[in-house]
Write a protein that binds this ligand. Sequence first.
Ligand SMILES: NC(=O)c1ccc[n+]([C@@H]2O[C@H](COP(=O)([O-])OP(=O)(O)OC[C@H]3O[C@@H](n4cnc5c(N)ncnc54)[C@H](O)[C@@H]3O)[C@@H](O)[C@H]2O)c1
Length: 264
Amino acid sequence: MNPDHQQSTPRARVAFITGAAGGIGRGIAEHLAELGYSLGLSDISEDALQTVANDIADATGVAVSARAADLADRQSVQAAVDATVADLGGLDVLVNCAGILKDARIEKMDPAVFRQVIEVNLIGMLTTTAAALPALRCSGSGRIISLTSRAWLGNFGSTNYAASKGGIAGVSRSLSLSLAPDGITVNCIAPGFIETPMSNSMPAHILDRVRHSIPVGRVGRPIDVARAVAFLGDANAGYVTGQSIPVCGGRSISGSIRKDTVSA
Ligand SMILES: NC(=O)c1ccc[n+]([C@@H]2O[C@H](COP(=O)([O-])OP(=O)(O)OC[C@H]3O[C@@H](n4cnc5c(N)ncnc54)[C@H](O)[C@@H]3O)[C@@H](O)[C@H]2O)c1
C-alpha cells in the first residue's frame, strides 16, 4: 500500500473522571472501560486511585492514565488533565464526579465548612471544566457530565451540599449554551441514594428511612449511574444538552413514599 494513503488508527474515545477512587467514580470508570474507552483517572486519594487504575487496567487491558489532584488546587487539576491528554492522545468526555458531603443544621454550620463544600464541589467542577475545555473543543464531540444530586431539590441539613449541587446544575445549563457551537454537550446526572462510602456515612436511622422511600424498591448502585454516563458521553448523544437526569429510582417524584409502606 502507498504509505501516503495509510490512515493512522483512530484512537479510542477518552474519558477523564474525577473522584475515580470513590464508589460512583470507580463504577463509571469500570463501565466505560468495558465499553472500550481509554481512561484518565483522578482523585485526591493517591493510593486508592492507583489501586483502581491498576485493577481496571489488569481486568480490561484499556489504557489508563492516573494522576492525583485536589479539586481545590487549580494547578494539580490542570496537571492531571494535561497528563491524560498527553498519555492518551486527547479528551472526549469529562466526568465531574468528585464531591464531599458535610451536612449540619444551619445553627451548627461552620461557615468555613460551608465554603469548603462550595470550593470542592462547585468551584472544583468549574476548575476542572476550564482545564479540560481546550482538549474537549478538539474532540468534535466533547461531553461534560457532572454529578449533582437529588439533594439539590432540598434535603434536611444539606444547605451547603444542596447549594453546591444546585450551583453545578445552573453552571451546566449556562455552559451548554456557550459550548453548543463547539459540539460540546453539558449535562448533569442527579443520583438519589447510591450505595457507596459517601452514602453509607449517613446515620443508620436516616439510611433506613431513605431505603423505604425509594419507589422502585431498591437502593441504587454505581452501575445505574454509569449507564447514564455512557449514554450522555456517547458521540451520538449530541442532541441532549443542558439537562439534568435523575437516577434515583423515582425518589425525585412527589413525596416518594412507596406504596407498600402506606396502609390501605
Ligand atoms: N452516593 C450517593 O448516594 C450520591 C447521591 C447523589 C450524588 N452523589 C454524588 O456523586 C459523586 C460521587 O459520590 P460517591 O458516593 O462515589 O462518593 P465517595 O465519597 O465514594 O467518592 C468521592 C470521591 O471524591 C474524592 N474527593 C473528595 N475530595 C476531593 C478533592 N478535594 N479533590 C479530588 N477528589 C476529591 C474522594 O477521595 C472520593 O474518592 C459526588 O459528587 C456525590 O456528591 C452521590
